[in-house]
Ligand binder design. Structure first.
Ligand code: SF4
Length: 131
C-alpha cells in the first residue's frame, strides 16, 4: 500500500507545516516547512501552535482515528461542517498527492479541510463561511 500522510498532525518537532491560518484565512505554504527546535520554541511562546496545519506519515492502526479501513476524521467532520467550495484553491495543496483524506475522498475532503484545526477539539464551527 502507498504511504500516505496525515493532513492533521499535531504541531511537533519533525512534522512539517503545509498550511497556516492567517487572519482567519487558510493559506498553503509554498513548500513544506519542517518544524524544528526554533519554531517549536517560538510557537510555544506565541501560543499559536493551532494556527498551523502540519503533516506527518499516516500511522493507520497506530492512530485512534483509524477505523480499520480508513481515517474516520473526514466522515466525522462532515456531521458538523458545511463543505466550502471554490473559496480557496485546494488544487494547490502541497501534500495533495500523498494526503490520506484526499486519497479516500478526493476533493470532498478538501472542501472541509480548511475548517479543521489541528486537533479535533479545536474545531471552530463558527468559522463556517469565513474562508
Ligand atoms: S484534504 Fe485536500 S486540501 Fe486538505 S490536506 Fe488533503 S489534499 Fe490538501
Amino acid at each position: 500500500m502507498d504511504k500516505k500522510n496525515c493532513p492533521s498532525a499535531p504541531f511537533k518537532k519533525g512534522h512539517s507545516i503545509f498550511a497556516v491560518f492567517e487572519d482567519r484565512t487558510f493559506k498553503f505554504t509554498e513548500d513544506l516547512v519542517i518544524i524544528d527546535e526554533e519554531l517549536t520554541v517560538e510557537a510555544t511562546k506565541q501560543k499559536n501552535k493551532t494556527d498551523y496545519r502540519a503533516t506527518m506519515p499516516c500511522v493507520t492502526k497506530g492512530c485512534g482515528n483509524w477505523d480499520g479501513q480508513k481515517c474516520a476524521v473526514p466522515d466525522q467532520m462532515r456531521q458538523y461542517l458545511e463543505p466550502i467550495v471554490d473559496v480557496y484553491n485546494y488544487r494547490n495543496c502541497p501534500i495533495k498527492s500523498t494526503c490520506r483524506w484526499h486519497a479516500q475522498e478526493g476533493e470532498l475532503a478538501c472542501q472541509i479541510c480548511p475548517l479543521i484545526k489541528t486537533r479535533f477539539f479545536d474545531l471552530q464551527v463558527d468559522h463556517r463561511g469565513e474562508f
